[in-house]
Design a protein around this ligand. Structure first.
Ligand code: ZN
Length: 413
C-alpha cells in the first residue's frame, strides 16, 4: 500500500505540467501579476508601471514553465492606479485601451519579435494566447527596445561605417548614459544638420524601431543614404527617456514633467538640455535643417502621421520647406504603412503646454529654414512589427534625402 501511494504520487507529479512562473526583473520589464491559474494555464496581470513615472500602459514579462506546444493564456487588465494627465493627477486609472494592442508581441529567444494572433477582448480584460516551446517566452505590449539595444545598434553602425561614431548625449537624472550616433562624413562646406530622436515617451517602443530602421539605412550602401551622408551631419538618439525605458515605466505624463513638455529654458531632464545645446549650436552656424521626433500615437490612430506646429509661426521659407518635406514623406512612406497625408496640428487646442513640445521649441530656436516635425507611427496595426517600423524608418531617411536634395537643386537654379 505504501509503495502504491508513492507510485500514484509520482504519476501525478510527472503528468502535471511544470509550474508557470513570471518574471520582470530585467531591463524594460514590467507587469504586476494578479494570479496564475496553474491548472487552467492562465496568467492574470496588469501593467506594472508607477503612474508617477508615466502612463502605465507598457508591459513586458518573461514566462517560464510552458511546455512545448502547450497553450498559455495571458489575461491582461488595465492598470488600477490613478494616472496623470496635463501635468496633474487625475484620480482615475488610464483607459485600458492604451495597454491593449490587438496583437501583443512575443519572442522565444528574446531577440526576434513576432505578433501573437489577435487577442480576445472579454469585458475589462484582453486575452492573448501564446504557445510554449519548452524554453522561456517573452511577451510584451510591443517590440521591446532597451538601452542595451541602443548599444548593439550603435556598435553595428560603427562597424559598418567608419564615419559613424557613438556619442554620449548626456547622463540622465538616474545617471544612465543617453547614447546616440553621430555621422560626420560630409564633403560639402557647411553641411546641413539633421537631428533624429525617439522615445521621449518610454512606452512608445515602436519609435525606437523606426529610429533603428533610419540608422540601418543611413549607414548602408543605399545611394540615397550615401548622398545624404555626403551632404549632412546627422545625429540619431534612439532612446531619449533612458531612465523610464530601462525601468519599464511609461514616461508619458511623468512627474514632475512630461519629457516632451520639458522643452523650455529650464528643462528638468539633462538629455533635453543637452539636445537643446547641440541644436542651438547647429542653429548658430545657420545649418539646423531637419529635426524629427519619433513617437507612437493613440490606439485608434491606424495611419502614421506628422504633428506640426501652427504654420503662421513659420517664415515663408520655413513653411515652404515643411510642405516640401511632407510631400517627400508622403511619397516615400507609402506602404505597407501609408502616411496620413494630412499632418495634425499642435497648438493651444492640442495641449496647454504645446510651446514646450520639442518641435515647437526647435522652430522657435532654429533657423528660418529649419524643418521640425514629430512622426507618430501607428502601433495597433498588423504592420506594427519590427519589420514594419524599420521600413518606416528607412522610408523616412529616404524622404529626408529627397528633401535635402531638392533644396540643393533649388539653390543651383
Ligand atoms: Zn509620444
Amino acid at each position: 500500500m505504501k509503495y502504491f501511494s508513492l507510485f500514484t504520487l509520482l504519476l501525478v507529479v510527472t503528468a502535471s505540467a511544470a509550474e508557470l512562473r513570471v518574471s520582470t526583473d530585467f531591463e524594460g520589464g514590467s507587469a504586476k501579476v494578479e494570479s496564475i491559474d496553474q491548472s487552467a494555464r492562465v496568467i492574470r496581470f496588469i501593467p506594472g508601471g508607477d503612474p508617477q513615472r508615466g502612463w502605465a500602459c507598457w508591459w513586458y514579462l518573461r514566462v517560464d514553465g510552458a511546455a512545448k506546444d502547450e497553450r498559455v493564456m495571458l489575461s491582461l487588465a488595465g492598470s488600477d492606479r490613478p494616472s496623470r494627465n496635463n501635468g496633474q493627477d487625475t484620480g482615475k486609472p488610464l483607459a485600458a485601451s492604451w495597454a491593449m494592442p490587438t496583437r501583443a508581441t512575443f519572442s522565444t529567444d528574446g531577440k526576434t519579435w513576432r505578433h501573437t494572433a489577435p487577442g480576445k477582448r472579454e469585458g475589462e480584460r484582453m486575452l492573448y494566447e501564446v504557445t510554449g516551446t519548452g524554453g522561456p517566452l517573452w511577451i510584451a505590449w510591443g517590440p521591446p527596445f532597451t538601452p542595451r539595444d541602443t548599444d548593439a545598434l550603435l556598435a553595428e553602425a560603427e562597424k559598418k561605417l567608419p564615419a559613424a561614431k557613438l556619442f554620449e548625449l548626456a547622463r540622465t537624472r538616474g545617471s544612465r548614459p543617453v547614447r546616440g550616433l553621430h555621422v560626420n562624413a560630409a564633403t560639402t562646406p557647411k553641411p546641413s544638420g539633421i537631428w533624429v530622436q525617439a522615445r521621449q515617451h518610454a512606452w512608445e517602443s515602436g519609435s525606437c524601431w523606426v529610429a533603428r530602421g533610419f540608422t540601418e539605412w543611413l549607414v548602408s550602401d543605399d545611394a540615397d543614404a550615401k548622398w545624404l551622408r555626403g551632404h549632412a551631419e546627422i545625429f540619431i538618439v534612439p532612446i531619449m527617456d533612458v531612465d523610464n525605458a530601462a525601468t519599464g515605466n511609461g514616461g508619458k505624463e511623468a512627474a514632475p514633467r512630461d519629457h516632451n513638455r520639458d522643452w523650455d529654458d529650464k528643462p528638468v531632464y539633462p538629455e533635453v538640455a543637452a539636445a537643446q545645446q547641440r541644436l542651438r549650436a547647429l542653429a548658430k552656424e545657420d545649418r539646423l535643417a531637419v529635426f524629427l521626433d519619433l513617437h507612437n500615437p493613440g490606439p485608434g490612430d491606424l495611419k502614421p502621421f506628422f504633428f506640426t506646429g501652427p504654420p503662421e509661426l513659420l517664415t515663408e521659407i520655413g513653411r515652404a520647406n515643411r510642405e516640401n518635406f511632407l510631400d517627400a514623406a508622403r511619397a516615400r512612406i507609402a506602404g505597407p504603412f501609408a502616411l496620413d497625408p494630412k499632418p495634425h496640428l499642435t497648438g493651444p487646442t492640442y495641449h496647454p503646454l504645446w510651446k514646450q513640445i520639442s518641435g515647437q521649441w526647435v522652430n522657435a530656436h532654429g533657423n528660418p529654414h529649419t524643418m521640425a516635425a514629430c512622426l507618430e507611427t501607428s502601433w495597433n496595426t498588423p504592420y506594427s512589427t519590427t519589420e514594419g517600423y524599420r521600413t518606416v524608418g528607412r522610408q523616412l531617411g529616404q524622404a529626408v534625402a529627397d528633401f535635402q536634395r531638392g533644396k540643393v537643386a533649388q539653390s543651383r537654379e
